[in-house]
Design a protein around this ligand. Structure first.
Ligand SMILES: Cc1cc2nc3c(=O)[nH]c(=O)nc-3n(C[C@H](O)[C@H](O)[C@H](O)COP(=O)(O)O)c2cc1C
Length: 377
């Protein structure tokens, strides 16, 4: 079996033919999702506007940015915003992070009071700021503590609790199966697994053998995560791992329509045409207005910059456009600049052409990992 970090991403030929029954919608406790496509929690990205957008463009569920379990932070502007689900499409899944069972139980209760319908526990984040306090993926090192946390949180709320993990701490401590068994016996109702160890951070390719091994052993739904970027990849991963759903993070940044593209491909085996320039422009402008409304002008303009950059990544003239974007300070200036840029793009054709240094291609550039400033050590 290939080891993670140096895994070459190849899946064996047993991935075909595809069994369409594998695409049946996921159920988490009382929540019947419309499909098995989930937006991964991403701090600084999966805020309410982005979750809502992905859901309207086809995602079955979107997990919130993590909310700290430290109650001292609950009054902060940031935490209050993260706990705001006004108008959000069901089911509302909120991720909590921390290392203390009682604090996590309190955080779960607090978030349910704020509208969470599913509580997700973060044991997958490799960020130093999180792992240094033995939270996130660092918890995988301490299985008895994992058991205490899961028991405390499941016992604290009457909504389903889900768990997100990596395959283990490092290559020599790949204990996803053990943690999965603890999760199942603790009453966890779905388990998402990112096919990398904590030590791998985001290097190399995700591996799916560990996910397949866990799925074969436990009865609760398993959600496969890591490097899933295309409809074909979704199909391969579902078939290879027999997982109940996939979770997509970076590939959805700037491409919220990918969920409808995947749904269509899984249902028909055919690709939808890529969105027209006009639609991308419309989606982006609506997303920007939602961000401004949610964060206010100053923060909204700052948060919007990275989304604009993702939507336009790899597009003709986008480097200069993004550079100019960083100088703009108001919503009106940002919208004007976006309108101007898309007017130029639409002159190049109805569909977008992505240009990289190496030439012209019809898909966006490589995925990048940008650890949000708030998580950097
Ligand atoms: C910017 C960023 C922020 C993230 N924040 C979180 C987080 O708060 N909680 C978590 O469990 N995982 C977090 N992750 C990990 C993702 O949920 C996901 O597991 C990882 O990106 C692999 O999936 P992908 O290859 O589809 O991106 C984050 C990833 C990124 C890129």
């Amino acid at each position: 079996m290939p080891g993670e970090c140096d895994y070459n991403g190849a899946l064996s030929p047993r991935t075909f033919p595809f069994d369409p029954t594998r695409t049946s919608p996921l159920r988490i406790g009382p929540h019947q999702l419309k499909n098995n496509l989930i937006v991964a929690p991403m701090a600084g990205v999966t805020d309410r506007p982005f979750r809502q957008l992905c859901k309207t463009m086809g995602a079955g569920m979107a997990v919130s940015e993590m909310v700290a379990s430290n109650s001292l932070l609950w009054g902060s502007e940031k935490t209050k915003r993260r706990a705001n689900h006004d108008g959000e499409v069901d089911p509302i899944s909120v991720q909590i992070a921390g290392a203390d069972p009682q604090m996590l139980a309190d955080a779960a209760r607090y978030n349910v009071d704020q509208g969470a319908q599913i509580i997700d526990i973060n044991m997958g984040c490799p960020a130093k700021k999180i792992c240094n306090v033995m939270a996130g993926s660092a918890l995988l090192k301490d299985e008895p503590l994992v058991a205490r946390i899961l028991k405390a949180v499941v016992g604290a709320v009457d909504v389903p609790v889900t768990l997100k993990i990596r395959t283990g701490w490092d290559r020599d401590h790949r204990n996803a199966l053990m943690v999965a068994r603890i999760a199942e016996s603790s009453g966890i109702q779905a388990l998402a697994i990112h096919g990398r160890t904590r030590a791998c951070a985001y290097t190399g390719e995700a591996e799916y053998d560990t996910i397949a091994a866990v799925k074969a052993e436990i009865r609760i739904p398993v959600i496969a995560n890591g490097d899933i970027t295309t409809p074909e990849r979704v199909k391969q991963v579902l078939e290879y791992t027999k997982a109940d759903a996939v979770m997509i993070g970076r590939a959805a940044q700037g491409r919220p329509w990918m969920f409808r593209e995947i749904s269509h491909f899984l249902a028909t085996g055919k690709h939808l045409p890529p969105p027209a320039v006009e639609e991308i422009h419309r989606v982006l402008v609506a997303h920007l207005h939602d961000l401004y409304g949610f964060y206010g002008e100053q923060t909204g303009v700052r948060v919007a910059r990275k989304h604009i950059s993702w939507y336009t990544r790899g597009l003709a003239g986008s480097a200069a456009f993004r550079h100019g974007m960083n100088q703009l300070q108001t919503c009106a200036e940002q919208i004007d600049a976006v309108n101007g840029y898309f007017a130029e793009l639409s002159g190049l054709g109805e569909r977008l052409i992505y240009v990289e240094e190496t030439g012209v291609m019809n898909k966006p550039g490589r995925m990048e990992v940008e650890e949000p400033a708030e998580l950097a050590a």
